[in-house]
Design a protein around this ligand. Structure first.
Ligand code: BES
Ligand code: MN
Ligand code: ZN
Length: 511
């Protein structure tokens, strides 16, 4: 899907549909919507006044009206912006995504749109164009890759294949002077949204396709980054006993992927991102019940977010920070050579770990990746993203990720970035009271000692054992929001790409 910026009068714009908007409770439209209403001889206002129940302007609500030749576009799509007081960024993304969904339903290919929020909403055109584009591209996302040659409908399903994809959205502006700023923001938003959609693709795709080798190949293909990959022999040779233990149960070879972005000039800061890349989590010998295993292809969502973020940074080119992406990736499988509850291993930092539960595998691969990241690049800040604990889903649901770490300022800034990115992060504690969770009778620490208490914090406490003193570190437990079951217009069901936008907003705020 293309997004363009053009100068002109939206009412006379040549496209299959034009998209206008209304705030909640407004029945006589002003601004751009008012102008379109006039060109249509009052069609819009008459319709919403005649049947106020059909359209209230609630956020994401849409009403489609045929124009019967009064203007060049066949349809006018009215999208609700929600409440006008204190309009938030997510409202503009959602409205735009909802409008694109309406276009998909109509099976049309082109539309012209007002810049939602820019006139009556009071947003500056740059921000409005960015939010509109992010919402449109994220809302247009569908995962159809594995549908086969036939269309979804022929298969008796509602999803459709590329042949009826929506093609072009044009932001139609009266004043030509704003076009440059709009275009610049379309480009930025396109990179943000497309990298989110790329992460979604990887999370949605099946675990027989998305293997550690697949992730490694995706990382290697990104232009503008250097990619160093450690194979199993090197992982073992570096003393990554914890990562190796998880990897050894699978036929699929594991990798530690290290992507690097360096700016042209001097870097203001050095950041390390670490993403959990379990491409399938069966639980290992501590096998998951079937119902909990079903979705465990999504256990590489942290890895997807890190790789997709690195790709976005490489495309945008202008970030004055040195950014490293580390992804430990393997499967967690039961087999004749998999780890056994009771195994004790030595991690790369020399700590011994008793593995009492092979299903707490995320912390085992991350702890060695964290040690390696700190040794390799000595980052000013380190953030890890992981679908680490079911407990985080219990605590926060799908609405928010848990965030914890060693530096309150870092956590605050990441949460702020999440707010502007439309992703919620809620703080969880790493209290000293949780230290007993790590106590092992035979080794330095145990991987699953919490037994039903504060499970997400327990995961964080474990990882903290591997973080150098004074290192600014934040751990994002994305187990809930990485996979969405009740969709909203900008986040369709399935892999959400959670984390990509927060990381990008965070890094660009830092710069
Ligand atoms: N990948 C899971 C966590 C998960 C659960 C992610 C549900 C997304 C949705 C993780 O590896 C895991 O199995 N965690 C265990 C930890 C426990 C054994 C300490 C869990 O949450 O049960
Ligand atoms: Mn697990
Ligand atoms: Zn897992």
């Amino acid at each position: 899907m293309q997004v363009q910026a053009v100068q002109g009068d939206i009412a006379q714009f040549q496209a299959d549909a034009i998209i206008v908007n209304l705030f909640e409770g407004v029945t006589s439209p002003g601004g751009g919507t008012g102008a379109v209403d006039k060109a249509l001889g009052g069609l819009v206002s008459q319709e919403i006044q005649a049947n106020p129940k059909a359209f209230k302007g609630k956020l994401g609500e849409t009403l489609i009206l045929p124009t019967y030749g009064k203007i060049p576009a066949r349809y006018v799509i009215i999208v609700g912006l929600g409440k006008s007081d204190e309009m938030k960024a997510f409202q503009l993304r959602r409205a735009s995504a909802a409008a694109i969904r309406a276009c998909q339903k109509l099976k049309i290919k082109t539309a012209g749109t007002l810049l939602h929020g820019a006139s009556i909403g009071g947003y500056d055109v740059s921000a409005a164009a960015r939010l509109l584009t992010e919402g449109a591209l994220m809302g247009n996302y569908r995962f159809t890759k594995r549908k086969g040659a036939k269309t979804g409908e022929e298969n008796g399903e509602s999803a459709s294949t590329a042949k009826d994809e929506f093609e072009t959205l044009a932001i139609v502006e009266h004043g030509g002077d704003k076009l440059a700023a709009i275009k610049e923001n379309i480009t930025l938003a396109r990179v943000i949204a497309e990298s989110t959609n790329l992460a979604r693709d990887w999370v949605n795709d099946s675990p027989n396709y998305v293997t550690p080798t697949f992730l490694k190949e995706q990382a290697e293909q990104i232009p503008g980054l250097t990619c160093k990959v450690l194979d199993f022999a090197q992982i073992k040779q570096l003393g990554m006993g914890a990562f190796s233990l998880v990897a050894q149960g699978s036929e699929q070879p594991p990798y530690l992927i290290h992507l690097t972005y360096k700016p042209d000039g001097k870097a203001k800061k050095k950041i390390a991102l670490v993403g959990k890349g379990i491409t399938f989590d069966s639980g290992g010998l501590s096998l998951k019940p079937a119902a909990s295993m079903e979705l465990m292809k999504m256990d590489m969502a942290g890895a997807a977010a890190v790789i997709a973020t690195m790709k976005a940074i490489a495309e945008l080119k202008n970030l004055p920070l040195e950014v490293h992406g580390f992804v430990p990736t393997c499967e967690n499988m039961p087999s004749g050579c998999s780890s056994k509850p009771g195994d004790v291993v030595t991690a790369m930092n020399g700590k011994t770990i008793e593995v009492n539960n092979t299903d707490a595998e995320g912390r085992l691969i991350l702890c060695d990746a964290i040690t390696y990241a700190q040794k390799e690049v000595n980052p000013d800040e380190m953030l890890d993203l992981a679908t680490l604990t079911g407990a985080c889903v219990v605590a926060l649901g799908k609405a928010a990720a848990g965030i914890m770490g060693t530096n309150d300022e870092l956590i605050d800034q990441v949460r702020k970035a999440g707010d502007s990115a439309g992703e919620k992060l809620w703080p969880l504690p790493l209290y000293d009271e949780y230290k007993p969770f790590l106590k092992s009778d035979v080794a330095d620490i145990i991987n699953s000692g919490a037994k039903g208490e504060a499970g997400s914090s327990a995961g964080g406490m474990f990882l903290k054992e591997f973080v150098d003193k004074n290192r600014a570190w934040a751990h994002l437990d994305i187990a809930g929001p990485a996979w969405i079951t009740a969709d909203v217009p900008e986040v369709p069901k399935g892999g959400s790409g959670f984390g990509v936008r927060t990381l990008l907003y965070y890094l660009y705020n830092l710069a």
